[in-house]
Ligand binder design. Sequence first.
Ligand code: ADE
Ligand code: ZN
Length: 346
Amino acid sequence: MPDDLIARLPKSELHLHIEGTLEPEMMFEMAARNAVEIPYNSVEELRAAYSFANLQEFLDLYYQGMNVLLHEQDFYELTLAYFQRARNDNVRHAEIFFDPQAHTNRGVPFATVINGITRGQQEAAAQLGVTSKLILCFLRDLSADAAMATFEEALVYRNQFVGIGLDSAELGHPPSKFADVFAQAKNEGFLLVAHAGEEGPSAYVREAIDVLGVHRIDHGNRSLDDPELVSDLAASGIALTVCPLSNHKLGVVDDLPSHPLAEMLERGLLVTVNSDDPAYFGGYVNANYRALRDALVLDDVTLVELARNSFRASFLTEEEKARHLAEVDTLAAAEGIRPVARSAAS
Ligand code: ADE
Ligand code: ZN
């Protein structure tokens, strides 16, 4: 259904792991040219393995898959391929994650990774008109010292990323474990985000805000377990970058009709829709909007609100946000869709 309102809406994507866009076809192509063995005989067999009972089962395949990424050109092609798909979904701006430790720990230099991604971002801006920012994520199941060492190594490339985040296996690895590196990054002027409340409890969301001082929460589903936290999130305007197909594939929700996005909106949260690891979860950003629209019976006003939120919650300047929001509003007006102000207007 390429010509629905969702396709026409300009949008930004704020929760996207670039390594999670490695499609099986590209994985096989890179495996062949880099002489890396992958333990599957075909694209079909690999895709059939994408069935996960929880986050860890996904992470095991995700880290295995990225073994084919060895050279700067691989990271460049991966990045550009994502932006081509994003452009097809009318994504105007993306704030993308990368996991440097997953590469440096297997001998791929930091420079190879970040320079390939940066080149892909530059090409996407020049050729496709999609702007982007890069966020460096620490693997929270590794040590705090390893995160600090990675951050120090990354400082040489400080102009190539705008913020830091926290991802990988959540349970047992609370945000407070990374208080020092987040404090240092804040001092250095970086923006801060963290995955929290995906599999972990609402207390991890609270810690990410109070201890790390994050500007956005990635996922945040479990926030709804704590009414006071929900009020604080709503009052502060800290956004949640929600990923519906990911939540379904990883068992964070039983099924899409029980996804909490509608409740999040009703409770005044600044919620956005994103694809997380689309090559593994069965759809890029528009597929995520459509799955939610169908499961939760979202009306056009709500879809427009979600597109607006994607810009409001971004790290763009106020002027850039205003320009994108005006475009969304022009489309909505042309289609006779009147936005409703749910919480604070903007
Ligand atoms: N790394 C890639 N995708 C992730 C997710 N959904 N949660 C935690 N870590 C991740
Ligand atoms: Zn994620």
